[in-house]
Every structure is written in structure tokens, then in C-alpha cells.
Design a protein around this ligand. Structure first.
Ligand SMILES: N[C@@H](CCC(=O)N[C@@H](CS)C(=O)NCC(=O)O)C(=O)O
Length: 336
């Protein structure tokens, strides 16, 4: 399928995955056209699961509505030449997958939790989200839409796993991630060295909100993570940045530190969730970071675990040895 450009997508500035994909398209120098959610041309197809962003991929055969940033990044790497996002070296590509999965599936918990679990942040987001669109809103309309957005999103907190038990685990993990990123960015431009991977764009997407929009987590970043805030501003548009080499031998300690932070919280959830999904249970009970964790079971994350295991199993021997050295002593080893 030869894709037509400009690529068309619908999304919103408050959607981390929309921001992730726009940054990917800019880095890739792929022309695109963004529709604000709900403003796509009449008659466009609707995806099976309506999520933001939705891409409307057009070829000679027609238009297909496609979601899910992770496979889309890999597809665009194949379809459009030059400046690929995914590393060519399978060891680095695997670490990139770990970072991307953590960002998309764990860090998004931090984003959603801070936005909707604290009353002051939720009141702010309720007014900001409807304002992030092309229609000017008078006060009664904004108040009414704000209530609609907030009620819907607060109702989804349970779905992402933010509750009274998990809140402190989520918040502590965000602060530690900022510190680990701050240390890494003091010596390296991107997670795997000189070029951004899917993991960089995944982290960027969530951090556009956490470290730039929502008052509580942005305040935390302002206090302790200035490089992270600068990095988020930069990754937004890497169209003019030339990629440099990725790490080749042993990975630096700051990357190990990042992988350790990610491996501390996310793999225990992946394992407990996969067990719950297999058993047909509706809730996951786990211990994360030494504390109790409970949330709804999430079939999509059971698939994520399957994909990571497949990619690990397919690693050539030399790459596997380098991956094992990089994740040695981190919680990730429990998965493989
Ligand atoms: N795995 C998907 C996740 C996309 C996603 O969860 N998007 C959120 C917004 S950032 C969404 O559309 N939620 C439902 C809604 O807003 O109606 C991806 O990587 O694109």
C-alpha cells in the first residue's frame, strides 16, 4: 500500500498520543494534516475502537481509519524512507520497545491520575480541554462542556488504575522518573544516544501534559527537572535535528537508572495483569514498589507483554547478551 501524503489524522492537543505522533511526523518530515477531534471531513470511516489520534490512511483503494501509535510508527518507518524512528540495531530496538511501552502504558497512568484525581487539577483540565479546539466557547457553553469532559474522564480513573490505593505509588514513580530523566539528559540528548526512538516520543507525549500543562505535576517538574522541561520543548519539533549514533557497547549508567525505574513499577503490573486476563478475572491484585496495587484487568496490556516477549525471543544471540547486560538488576528481567 503506497500511502498518500499529506497523512491525515484527527487528534487533540491534550491527547498525549496525538502529541507523540505529531512529533514523530515532524521528525520524519512526513507532511500531515491534523483535524481537531470531531472536525474530520464528513463520511470519513470510524475506527473499531475510537481513540486519539486516529489516522485516515489513504491509498488507491480508499481510506482506512487506523489507531494505535506503536504499530503506526513501525509502519511509517517501512512506508517512508529516511530518518527512521526505530533503531536498526536489534538490541537498541528492544530497549526502545521497553521504554515506549512503559511510557504508553505506565506513564499515562501518572498523566491521567494527576489530571483527574486531584480536585484543583481536574477543575483546571475541565476548562482547558474543551478550550483546545477551534470553536470559541461562551461562558455557559464552556461550563457545561467542562462538566461533561470532567465527569467522563473522572469516571475513567478506575479504568487506568488510579484509586486511593494506587495514587501514592503512581505519584512517587513520577517523581523518581523525573530524577532519572534529569540525570540522563545531563549527558545524552535522547534515551538511546544521538537519535530519538519510539520511546523518546512516547515519553514526550505524556510529558507534554505532565511537565507543561497540568498544575500539580508541572509544578513538581518546575522544581526539580529543568532539563526534562527543556527536552520536551525540543522534541516537539525535531525536523531540523540530524540524528547521531546510538549507544554501541555497554549502555551508560544513567540509561540503566532509567530502565531500573521503569522496571521497578511496570513489569510487576504486566505480570499480574496477564495472569488476571488469562484467568478471566476482572480485577488485578499486585504488589508494586512494595505496596498494594489494585485495578481493572486490561486485555490490551496482556497483548503488550506478549509482543515484548516475542521481540525478546527473536533477538540474535549477540544482541540478547547486550540487552541482558542492560536490564541486569532491573525489574525487567522478570518478564523474559
Ligand atoms: N495505544 C493507543 C492509545 C491511544 C489512547 O488511549 N488515546 C486516548 C486519548 S490520549 C483516547 O483516545 N481515549 C479515549 C477518548 O478520549 O475518547 C495509542 O498508542 O495510540
Amino acid at each position: 500500500m503506497t500511502l498518500e501524503t499529506p497523512l491525515e489524522l484527527s487528534g487533540a492537543p491534550g491527547s498525549p498520543y496525538t502529541r507523540k505522533m505529531l512529533a514523530v511526523l515532524r521528525y520524519r518530515r512526513i507532511p500531515y494534516k491534523l483535524y481537531f477531534r470531531g472536525r474530520e471531513p464528513a463520511g470519513y470511516p470510524v475506527p473499531k475502537v475510537p481513540l486519539l489520534p486516529t489516522f485516515y490512511l489513504a491509498d488507491a483503494g480508499g481510506i482506512e481509519a487506523v489507531t494505535d501509535s506503536t504499530p503506526l510508527i513501525r509502519r511509517f518507518d517501512k512506508d517512508f524512507p529516511g530518518r527512521p524512528v526505530r533503531p536498526a540495531d536489534p538490541a537498541m530496538a528492544f530497549l526502545d520497545s521497553l521504554i515506549e511501552d512503559y511510557a504508553d502504558e505506565w506513564l499515562t497512568k501518572c498523566m491521567f491520575h494527576y489530571r483527574w484525581a486531584h480536585a484543583a487539577d481536574a477543575a483546571f483540565a475541565g476548562r482547558l480541554l474543551p478550550s483546545w479546539g477551534p470553536s470559541p466557547l461562551d461562558e455557559p457553553t464552556l461550563a457545561q462542556m467542562g462538566k461533561m469532559f470532567s465527569d467522563r474522564q473522572i469516571g475513567r480513573l478506575a479504568y487506568v488504575g488510579s484509586n486511593a490505593t494506587t495514587g501514592p505509588v503512581i505519584e512517587d514513580s513520577y517523581v523518581r522518573l523525573l530524577d532519572a530523566l534529569e540525570a540522563h539528559l545531563s549527558a545524552h540528548p535522547f534515551m538511546l544516544g544521538g537519535a530519538p526512538g519510539a520511546g523518546d516520543f512516547g515519553l514526550f507525549g505524556q510529558l507534554t501534559q505532565l511537565a507543561g500543562v497540568d498544575p500539580t505535576p508541572t509544578g513538581i517538574a518546575q522544581g526539580r527537572a529543568h532539563r526534562v522541561m527543556g527536552w520536551v520543548g525540543m522534541v516537539e519539533d525535531l525536523s531540523g535535528v540530524e540524528p547521531g549514533p546510538l549507544f554501541e557497547g555497554e549502555v551508560p549508567d544513567t540509561l540503566k537508572g532509567l530502565l531500573a525505574e521503569m522496571g521497578r513499577v511496570y513489569p510487576p503490573l504486566l505480570i499480574a495483569n496477564a495472569k488476571a486476563v488469562m484467568a478471566g478475572a476482572t480485577t488485578v491484585e499486585a504488589e508494586i514498589d512494595g505496596r498494594a496495587w489494585t485495578q481493572n484487568a486490561f486485555p490490551y496490556q496482556a497483548k503488550c507483554l506478549g509482543w515484548l516477549r516475542e521481540e525478546y525471543a527473536a533477538l540474535p544471540a549477540g544482541a540478547k547478551a547486550r540487552v541482558d547486560a542492560a536490564i541486569d538488576g532491573t525489574g525487567w528481567t522478570a518478564l523474559f
